[in-house]
Design a protein around this ligand. Structure first.
Ligand code: AHG
Ligand code: MN
Ligand code: MN
Ligand code: MN
Length: 336
């Protein structure tokens, strides 16, 4: 009977969040409504990604974004879908997207109390070759009734009420934390529902994988260089670590959460603040990693303690298994 119960007792993401809702009785289901609109956006992008090659959705959109990157058609399409879904939810007041130079202030008639920061399509360089890409989002809440201002979204990552990503790979997996652990849901295309498949994700305490773009080695600082050297030529007689680098943060972080190890995008001479953006890449992934028992470090401090000054600010990031991050922290401490 258990097998039957398993099949019929479907824990969908909506049901999961409603259960969570009991922890915020004051939210009158607003968070559930917000999340259902984010889930809608993910389902749409998942289907667009899956038929990108066929629907001539690959290739450049002929624009460049505030990052100076050439926007792909899917970057632009995904961004439009998420902005429209979030605004129409009636639960948001400020939106920050990698693809929009300025923050979006939602019209008072549709204004809610949540600020959403998001990377509508992460790993764009991998779209045209069919390698996993994803969407990353983080959610802040602001005090009810206040007139929203930019400062409300320039909060340290530790103030996020929720964060998550959706990975468009061999399956469509949404990983979410609302502040009490991390859970993974897989889209069942026949139901059009995200079903709980990875309950209570925990990062292994130590890992055997390091993940970094070795092509930047020439520009690395001393601690990063030493750490990577130690991964390849361990002094304590242990076996060398494996290198896995996909080039989509969502895919590299998802593997790190499940298998353990360390994901790094260090600062270097060329990019003194690294490449990854604080609000919608570093913060959500750091929030999830800490909620899963790991750590996330910038080379100077705990990543979630950064107080951003600009919405597209960048930071170095080292995240993953608790013990592996302790090692890199010790190497940076020696530099002080
Ligand atoms: P995006 O496609 O949203 O601009 O993000 C790309 C990021 C991130 O996904 C990945 O970890 C990193 O760029 C890879 O950078 P390199 O190609 O410089 O290694
Ligand atoms: Mn980009
Ligand atoms: Mn990205
Ligand atoms: Mn992106």
């Amino acid at each position: 009977h258990f097998a039957d119960a398993q099949r019929t007792d479907l824990m969908t993401i909506t049901r999961y969040v409603l259960n969570e809702q009991t922890r915020y009785p004051e939210s009158r289901g607003d968070f559930t409504i917000l999340l259902s609109h984010i889930v809608l956006g993910c389902k749409f992008v998942c289907s667009a990604v899956n038929k990108a090659g066929l629907a001539k959705l690959i290739g450049l959109a002929g624009e460049t974004n505030v990052q100076g990157e050439e926007q792909k058609k899917l970057d632009v399409l995904s961004n439009e879908v998420f902005v429209k879904a979030l605004v129409s939810s009636g639960r948001t007041c400020i939106l920050v997207s990698e693809e929009d130079e300025e923050a979006t202030f939602v019209d008072p008639s549709l204004r809610g109390k949540y600020c959403v920061v998001f990377d509508p399509l992460d790993g764009s360089s991998n779209i045209d070759c069919g390698v996993s890409i994803g969407t990353i989002f983080g959610i802040y809440s602001i005090k009810d009734g206040d007139e929203p201002k930019l400062a409300d979204v320039l909060q340290p990552g530790k103030h996020m009420v929720a964060a998550g990503y959706c990975m468009y790979g061999s399956s469509c997996t949404l990983v979410l934390s609302t502040g009490s652990g991390v859970n993974g849901f897989t889209l069942d295309p026949s139901l059009g529902e995200f079903i709980l498949t990875h309950p209570d994700i925990k990062v292994p305490k130590k890992g055997q994988i390091y993940s970094v773009n070795e092509g930047n080695a020439k520009n690395w600082d001393e601690p990063t260089t030493k750490y990577v050297e130690r991964c390849k030529f361990p002094k304590d007689g242990s076996s060398p670590k494996s290198l896995r680098y996909i080039g989509s943060m969502v895919a590299d972080v998802h593997r790190t959460l499940l298998y353990g190890g360390i994901f790094m995008y260090p600062a270097d001479k060329k990019s003194p603040n690294g490449k990854l953006r604080v609000l919608y890449e570093v913060f959500p992934m750091s929030f999830l990693t800490e909620q899963a028992g790991g750590q996330s470090f910038t080379g100077k401090k705990r990543a979630l303690d950064i107080v951003p000054n600009k919405i597209h600010e960048r930071s170095a990031i080292f995240l993953g298994s608790y013990d592996d991050i302790e090692e890199i922290k010790a190497l940076y401490a020696q530099e002080e």
